[in-house]
Design a protein. Structure first.
Length: 552
């Protein structure tokens, strides 16, 4: 059969991806649940980058210029990609749209690579990858929820798994892939990273449980450790400084998982923004039938059993019967919505479906297998179709203008629903109605002459002429990471009752410098990640040279 004929079913899948994702180029930004919050985060991340805060930790324009340490806790990868693309295009909104488009392409590539290594079948790999990237829940993340961090993580999730499956043949190359894949998911979305770590551990035991060669396990463990080190600059402060903000806000009200178990009819349908569609249960049933009709043996059969077991566990966690697990397994309550597990479930179903299709393909002749693949590709497109009619679009350019007059303005320019990354002790009412361009000096007691130098942000420079010792109250929240100097000498921060920064200056002329340098944990994480990156590059260079010698 010709190459064109064999690649035929790839064309409708690519067409489906084009119909879903290419409108990002001309339709504008999708107007979903968190679209303005998402835009505000990207705008602030870009502002912090431009001010030299690398990697960003402080959002200088939130809460009327009081700022927020949100970037110490909110995974940065999507915001980084969108900010860099915004720098190239001159528009934060366009940067987000291009980042989503590129991420979808990465998702198809990484899923196809995982499924190709799992099945050994080009047809099964491209069909499963299409099912995954065009899955209604994955599309909903990008267009209906504006959960762009989670969407990015889901698109990167298969990459580490693909590297894991090559650990026996090329252990050190696999270590590189595991490290890069795990670090990427960690930097894309905190919660999906927990799923990725659990899936990698389970997959390693499933595939290599009887493996006696120590280098395989050394490569897997070393790759995971290196991945953690690569992302240490983010997860170290995010984990260890969380009590300085308000993580309890992530667990109350509508964010309490007890109130969010979805009914089955809404999961296997299309009406809800988190729905998975009718094709998903059909794929699971078909995979079970294939498994029952064959004798389980070999790595591929173990993978099929593992994928089905993972799907069963994830489906169970969607039901109220799993409440005990949600209440007692560490970090699970922070998933907030059990239906968030539909993203990892989509990958488990794609893996099970691809493995089942590969088994059927081996039993059919090439022509019948090609016809079956074409029919299934059509079902994948039909399963994604209902999402297209649910997307609303903001006209190009309208989103950025909405930042000044929309709901964010009413909430004093926050970037999350419940102010969970506001420093503990900060009274956000004092920031209500303030402009981020307002003077960084809130009050001077007793009165003195104060001159603001330069453009205020995460770096405040003042000149003060005072007849007597004076207290300045600055419109910046007190938080570890600020460096304060008065008259060129370091001074310890003082916290006002509102959570703002108070500065005592002596009589006479003084200079005041307040600069964000990041907390010590962030700086330690930066050095650890830099060392890990050097180690990763050295190992990559070694593998590249070895590959070059083997090809000669």
């Amino acid at each position: 059969m010709s190459r064109l004929a064999r690649s035929g079913p790839l064309l409708p899948l690519l067409l489906g991806m084009a119909l879903v994702y290419l409108p990002l180029l001309w339709r504008g930004l999708p107007v979903g649940h968190d679209w303005l919050f998402e835009l505000r985060r990207v705008v602030e991340f870009g502002s912090a980058l431009a001010a030299g805060d690398v990697p960003p930790g402080w959002a200088p324009g939130l809460y009327g210029g009081y700022g927020s340490p949100i970037f110490l806790f909110y995974a940065p990868l999507h915001m980084l990609a969108a900010s860099l693309l915004a720098l190239c295009t001159g528009s934060s909104e366009l940067g987000i749209r291009l980042a989503l488009l590129l991420t979808a392409g990465v998702g198809f590539w990484s899923a196809r690579l995982l499924l190709l290594r799992a099945t050994g079948s080009v047809s099964a790999a491209r069909l499963g990858a299409g099912f995954y990237v065009l899955h209604p829940y994955v599309i909903g993340d990008a267009f209906l929820r504006n959960a762009h961090a989670e969407f990015t993580a889901l698109c990167l999730l298969p990459a580490a798994g693909a590297a894991l499956l090559g650990a026996r043949e090329r252990p050190w190359r696999a270590a590189l892939g595991i490290a890069a894949g795990l670090a990427a998911v960690l930097l894309a979305h905190n919660l999906t990273a927990l799923v990725a770590a659990a899936a990698l551990a389970a997959g390693a035991v499933l595939v290599y449980g009887a493996e006696r060669a120590p280098r395989t396990w050394i490569a897997i463990g070393g790759g995971a450790a290196l991945g953690l080190a690569l992302a240490a600059f983010f997860w170290l402060p995010a984990l260890l400084l969380s009590e300085l903000v308000r993580p309890e806000e992530l667990l109350v009200g509508k964010f309490d998982f007890h109130n969010q178990f979805p009914p089955a009819r809404s999961v296997f349908g299309y009406a809800q923004f988190y729905a998975a569609g009718l094709l998903q249960p059909a794929v699971l049933v078909a995979a079970c039938v294939v498994l029952v009709r064959q004798s389980p043996e070999g790595a591929r059969d173990r993978l099929l059993i593992g994928a089905l077991a993972a799907a069963a566990l994830l489906l169970f966690l969607l039901t109220p019967y799993s409440t005990l697990l949600w209440e007692h397994v560490p970090f699970m309550p922070f998933f907030q919505f059990p239906w968030r597990l539909l993203g990892p479930l989509a990958l488990a179903v794609a893996l099970a479906g691809a493995l089942a299709f590969a088994e059927v393909e081996r039993r059919l002749g090439p022509r019948r297998a090609l016809l079956l693949e074409a029919g299934l590709a059509l079902l994948v497109l039909l399963n994604a179709g209902p999402r297209l009619g649910q997307v609303e679009w903001a006209a190009p350019g309208a989103a950025e203008a909405s930042l000044e007059r929309g709901p964010l303005r009413e909430r004093s320019d926050g970037a999350t629903v419940r102010d969970e990354y506001l420093p503990r002790g900060a009274v956000h009412e004092v920031a209500r109605g303030r402009s981020r361009a307002a003077s960084p000096v809130v009050s001077v007691d007793p009165p003195a002459e104060v001159r603001v130098l330069g453009r205020p942000g995460a770096h405040v420079e003042l000149e003060v002429q005072a007849a007597q010792p004076t207290r300045l109250r600055l419109a910046r929240w007190a938080f570890p990471g600020w460096q304060l100097e008065v008259g060129g000498a370091p001074v310890e921060l003082a916290t006002a009752p509102t959570g703002a920064i108070d500065v005592q200056v002596p009589a006479g002329q003084s200079s005041v410098s307040l600069r964000w340098v990041g907390p010590p944990l962030r700086r330690a994480g930066n050095w650890l990640s830099l060392a890990a990156l050097c180690a990763w590059l050295a190992l990559a260079l070694r593998e590249f040279r070895r590959g070059g010698r083997e090809s000669l």
